[in-house]
Ligand binder design. Structure first.
Ligand code: AKB
Length: 316
């Protein structure tokens, strides 16, 4: 029987992953925790929501002991743009949070899911069909914490046998909780602006191509990886996964198929543009497909249609 702890449960991935985990394993078996953000009502429905600063090892330990947790989905982290603005805080939260999770996992025999990112790559990496195993020299602080996180998770697996597993997520598009300060946030913001004002001022250049994924696929990937037969996993930390790859211009053109009067303009943020320019345009995710059966359900067209429907309902 799984008893799950989710950190960062009020965040962009956390809200939807927690709901999916509660549907799959039972609401009483999934403890949601968060720190900075107010949790959505759905998360507070049961008493299983706790405020937790992942940097507080003793508080984390108490929750794992109290609820007899055996699996941790560790999502709490500062995203790329915020991390550039607050590098020390990002290092503290992303690295000390992770080592606290790995330590509690080691002492209480928990499995750990850790989300890495396209941010774990840098400008020296091949940007098209980025291989699973390749050079990783990210230039953003966020990326440095992601590579270090991948290595630390590997270390805890090889040294202590902790069942660590991870994914390199591309930009994630969702409509429940907003992303909190990432470089790929434009691909979420654009839908709210399109539905509300029929206009979006994009902070990345028109031709900035990046890997992307719709949240239902991202949630499904995390759960499927954690359920996968451990003997088949050669690349535990972390697997490249992707679902689609597009530029702001191409995304706007897809939105215009539904909202013909929608217009996009560009006001470039140099910090986020530099980060985006250093990330892969399209990763090779064949290792994930071979080792645990990864397959995305949504492409650009089906994601855009669903996002516009969901955001329209939300804003009305
Ligand atoms: C970000 O933009 O920081 C994240 C990511 C791709 O890791 N969405």
């Amino acid at each position: 029987m799984k008893s799950i702890l989710v950190t960062g449960a009020a965040g962009q991935i956390g809200v939807e992953l927690t709901q999916a985990l509660r549907e799959k394993y039972g609401a009483g078996n999934v403890v949601a925790t968060g720190y900075n953000r107010q949790p959505l009502n759905e998360l507070k429905q049961t008493e299983l929501y706790c405020r937790l600063d992942v940097r507080d090892a003793s508080a984390l330990n108490q929750i794992v002991e109290k609820y007899h947790c055996n699996t941790i989905f560790h999502l709490a982290s500062l995203l790329s743009a915020v991390a550039e603005a607050k590098p020390l805080e990002a290092w503290d939260t992303n690295m000390n949070g992770l080592i606290n999770v790995l330590e509690v996992a080691r002492t209480h025999s928990c499995a750990v899911f850790f989300p890495s990112s396209i941010g774990a790559f840098g400008p020296e990496t091949t940007g098209l069909n980025t291989p699973q195993d390749t050079i990783q020299r990210p230039k953003s602080l966020y990326g440095i914490t992601k590579v270090s996180g991948e290595l630390l998770c590997d270390y805890y697996f090889h040294r202590y046998g902790v069942d660590t597993r991870g994914l390199r997520y591309p930009g994630l598009i969702s409509n429940k909780a907003l992303p909190g300060g990432g470089t790929t946030d434009y691909a979420v913001d654009i839908f709210y602006a399109a539905v509300k004002n029929r206009h979006y001022d994009c902070f990345l250049r028109a031709d900035t191509q990046l890997d992307m994924m719709y949240m239902p696929d991202a949630v499904n990937a995390a759960i499927t990886l954690m359920e996968a037969d451990s003997a088949r996993l050669k690349h535990r930390n972390a697997f490249n996964i992707t679902a689609m790859s597009f530029t702001p211009e191409q995304l706007a053109a897809e939105i215009q198929k539904h909202l013909p009067d929608f217009k996009i303009s560009y006001r470039i943020d140099p910090v986020r543009q530099a980060i985006a320019d250093s990330w892969p345009r399209h990763m090779d995710d064949s290792a994930a497909r071979a080792e645990w059966g990864w397959e995305a359900k949504y492409d650009k067209a089906t994601m855009v249609k669903d996002m516009l429907e969901q955001v329209t309902v939300k804003l009305n």
